[in-house]
Design a protein. Structure first.
Lengths: 120, 437
């Protein structure tokens, strides 16, 4: 299993979600984060105070997937999150030691989305 | 404002009339910041300041245009179509009586109407229009659309003489602004996310606060249109008190019947629609009729909003449904329910069926003039300045791209640029912050 962590532009978040659902990735966590990825910083002025905004709003997706789902998931994110300009974000694929599904107590491959279908 | 009061000039100042009109002028001026809150809460957080600035900027831009040319075009004696240049840059606008109040006060009171009418248009343009183009547009619009229309109805022009009843501006303010909003929204085109993503209000408490303050200010708008502290003002005040109550209740009822829940944004919208609808009737109908107007006005606007959301027309904050449809409903019902006993001309219910036709004439002419000339003006502005922000700016949000500020800023991750450095031109600003380059 892998944990896929993707940091994307907030304005692309809906497209990413849609692409993931199309790729049948249904279990994920989303959070609003702030970060810096080398893009130019906007300058803002409040009365006499001028500041450079070093951190930009981003959205972080965290998705636990079984190994054979890593490729489709990453491809879905790459295609949907890209604008071609600096600041499009990153995808990290991280090995996962253990996964539990809290509701059922399922472990590992059975606990990530989509699960490997049970033998019928 | 009843035309006879504008026209007659007995040149006798009244202390009580002056006292009331001083307060009424301040009340109407408050409606524009209230509109900023109402509109600002309805947009996404990244465009909150830009949306509020569209209203607030009107206080300055349209206010000055009014003082320089607008007042003269609307209220100096010219011909049937437009006033003259007698009062350009407030020449001859002194403290002598106009009606029973000082002329300067009459000018300021009318100016507050021009300011809010221009600001109303912005509801159809939010989240995509360049701020500089907007400023140029409202300056031109106030002088060339608002002022002549005000002249037609209130300044001694042809619609007033034709017997169109518009107590405080259902047609002059609301139908006028809505027709302009429609024209500009069509030229601008929809927001890039419109119809693809949910575009949700970011702060509904602001919307409620804005609606409440609009109601408060509207007492100055309608009761002040009596231009004095008199029985007409009291009637307009009470009608402005009652009509939105009826609209609010009917609006909640429609919400509950349709979805099972009364919504806060719906209630705020209902209040505004009720206020719009009673505006042309305020000093011409009985309080019972005001309740009827308020209740009936909820229906067309409610369904117009539902319908608009399914169309390609991105009238983002429903200026047409709330102010155009609400204003038209109010103007027509004024023709039905107006009563000579309460200060108006008798309407259709009292046997004067022709009044409905006169009201319809006023609506159609003002909407057509405003829509057509606004279309020409916005096209002219587009020759001088780009109307729309670029796609990337629309994604980032107009607060940052148009104003260099955020409504809800974070202090972590910001680097202070020291005042001495900020005073230098931008290229060297970068070299100061990044000494290696």
């Amino acid at each position: 299993m892998k944990l896929i962590v993707a940091i994307v532009r907030p304005e692309r978040a809906n497209e990413v979600l849609e692409a993931l659902f199309r790729a049948e990735v249904r279990g994920l966590t989303v959070s609003r984060v702030r970060g810096h990825g080398g893009e130019t910083e906007p300058v803002e002025t409040y009365r006499g105070t001028t500041v450079k905004m070093e951190l930009r709003e981003k959205v972080r997706f965290e998705i636990g997937v079984s190994d054979h789902f890593v490729e489709p998931t990453v491809r879905a994110i790459l295609d949907s999150a890209r604008t071609g300009e600096v600041g499009d974000g990153k995808i990290f694929v991280v090995p996962v030691e253990r996964v539990y599904r809290i509701r059922t107590g399922d472990i590992d491959e059975m606990a990530v989305t989509p699960p490997i279908p049970a033998a019928e | 404002m009843s035309e006879s009061l504008v026209q007659s000039a007995p040149n006798a100042l009244s202390a009580s009339d002056t006292a009331w009109m001083l307060i009424a002028t301040a009340l109407v001026l408050l409606m524009t910041p209230a509109l900023a809150l109402f509109y600002g809460g309805l947009v996404r957080a990244k465009n909150a300041l830009n949306t509020m600035m569209m209203s607030i900027a009107s206080l300055g831009v349209v206010g000055l245009v009014w003082a320089i040319v607008g007042y003269s075009f609307a209220f100096s004696s010219g011909n049937q179509w437009i006033g003259g240049v007698d009062h350009v840059v407030l020449r001859g606008v002194n403290v002598d009586a106009r009606g029973s109040i000082p002329h300067v006060l009459f000018m300021a009171y009318q100016g507050t109407f021009a300011i809010i009418t221009a600001a109303l248009i912005s509801g159809a343009l939010v989240e995509r229009m360049r701020f500089s183009a907007y400023l140029l547009f409202i300056a031109l619009w106030a002088a060339l659309v608002y002022a002549p229309v005000a002249h037609w109805v209130w300044g001694g022009g042809w619609l007033g003489r034709a017997g169109v009843l518009d107590y405080a501006g259902g047609t002059v303010v609301h139908v006028n602004a809505a027709a302009a909003a429609l024209a500009v929204a069509l030229v601008l085109g929809p927001r890039r996310d419109y119809g693809r993503q949910a575009l949700l209000p970011h702060n509904v408490p602001y919307v409620l606060l804005g609606a409440a303050l609009l109601w408060f200010g509207w007492f100055g708008f309608n009761a002040g249109s009596a231009l004095g502290a008199n029985t007409g003002a009291a009637l307009a005040f009470v009608n402005t008190f009652l009509a939105p109550m009826a609209t609010l209740v009917v609006w909640m009822g429609l919400d509950i019947v349709r979805t099972g829940k009364a919504t806060a944004v719906g209630v705020a919208t209902g209040i505004v629609v009720g206020l719009v609808a009673i505006t042309p009737a305020a000093g011409f109908v009985s309080p019972a009729s005001a309740i009827v107007i308020g209740a009936l006005a909820a229906l067309p606007s409610y369904f117009a909003i539902l319908y608009r959301a399914r169309t390609a027309l991105d009238d983002s904050l429903d200026v047409v449904a709330a102010h155009g449809v609400g204003g038209a409903t109010g103007a027509l019902l004024t023709g039905v329910l107006a009563s000579a006993a309460w200060g108006g001309t008798d309407g259709a219910l009292a046997g004067n069926v022709g009044q409905v036709g006169r009201q319809l004439l006023g609506l159609v002419v003002v909407a057509a003039y405003s829509g057509a000339l606004t279309f020409v003006l916005i096209k002219a502005v587009s020759l001088a300045l780009p109307l729309r922000t670029v796609t990337r700016a629309e994604r980032t949000g107009l607060d940052i791209t148009e104003h260099g500020e955020e409504a809800y800023s974070h202090d972590e991750g910001t680097v202070l640029v020291l005042p001495m450095e900020a005073a230098e031109p931008v290229p060297s600003l970068h070299s100061v912050l990044e000494p290696s380059s």
